[in-house]
Design a protein around this ligand. Structure first.
Ligand code: ACM
Length: 263
């Protein structure tokens, strides 16, 4: 199975061109599963909740999801992308999965980062697993990486691949995702963005790129640089993630000491 990330550099608020550029990149990729960054259609740093609500879209009826669904259909691919989702007067920092037959599922970011807390509503969707080709995939969004329970929950639910749209500003995540992969024996695909946004005075955000695909053994199969838009594509066997045995007598899930854990 060929899987990919697309690392982008969105122009804040220019939904038409951000979506068009992403769709053009999708059209050039030969992959069955493609992951795009968090908030790929709008950009990241909203000045207010009002601005966010103006730019957010309804899911699945909105513009970006419809364009992604058309791209998924013409490529015969599944696409995971982060976007601002509007529901009434609320906005969620969401990830959607679309496939050749349209919208498949939505995940609303559970752990909001920094100023996101002022404008987004925290996610209320339970973690879920979907089929993408032969693989079972789950979604989490950016800062969810720092809460190992998110990836663990997806792995316990049967994810082979964790799709992770991101807008990373802190430097630690690419290294941490190696651990998320090892400790759950799953593939992870982090799709990040590059560029700088300073739409709030004195709050300049530089996004670190470094999008990455990691194997259940913790190998970095693909990693992007920190400055440019680029794509990474790799062939994987998603069933490798179903072997949770570490030694002949150690099973990653079977050995968990739930009797001692405080969760
Ligand atoms: C983040 O959650 N966008 C850092």
């Amino acid at each position: 199975m060929r899987v990919a990330f697309i690392q982008t550099s969105p122009v804040f608020g220019d939904i038409a061109s951000n979506v068009e550029r992403a769709v053009k990149r999708i059209a050039r990729l030969d992959a069955e599963l493609i992951v795009l960054p968090e908030l790929f259609s709008t950009g990241y740093q909203f000045r207010s909740r009002k601005e966010l609500l103006e730019l957010a879209e309804e899911v699945p009826g909105g513009y970006a999801v419809r364009q992604l669904a058309a791209a998924a259909k013409s490529r015969g691919a599944c696409i995971v992308a982060g976007l601002a989702e509007r529901e009434g007067r609320r906005a969620y920092n969401s990830a959607v999965l679309v496939g050749p037959r349209g919208h498949v599922g939505t995940y609303r970011k559970a752990h909001l980062f920094w100023d996101e807390k002022k404008i987004f509503t925290k996610g209320d969707t339970p973690f879920a697993i979907y089929k993408a080709g032969k693989a079972r995939v789950g979604m989490m969004v950016c800062f969810d990486w720092v809460f190992p329970e998110a990836a663990r929950t997806l792995a316990l639910m049967g994810a082979d691949i964790i799709c992770h749209p991101s807008n990373l500003v802190l430097p630690y995540c690419p290294q941490a995702m190696i651990t998320r992969s090892i400790e759950n024996r799953v593939f992870t695909i982090t799709a990040n963005r590059v560029g700088v946004e300073e739409r709030l005075e004195g709050k300049s955000l530089r996004f670190i790129g470094s999008s990455q695909i990691t194997s259940p053994a913790g190998e970095v199969l693909a990693r992007a640089g920190g400055r440019k838009e680029e794509a990474g594509v790799i062939e994987i066997n998603p069933f490798e993630a179903r072997r949770k045995r570490i030694t002949p007598v150690n099973d990653l899930f079977g050995d968990r000491r739930k009797d001692l854990f405080k969760l």
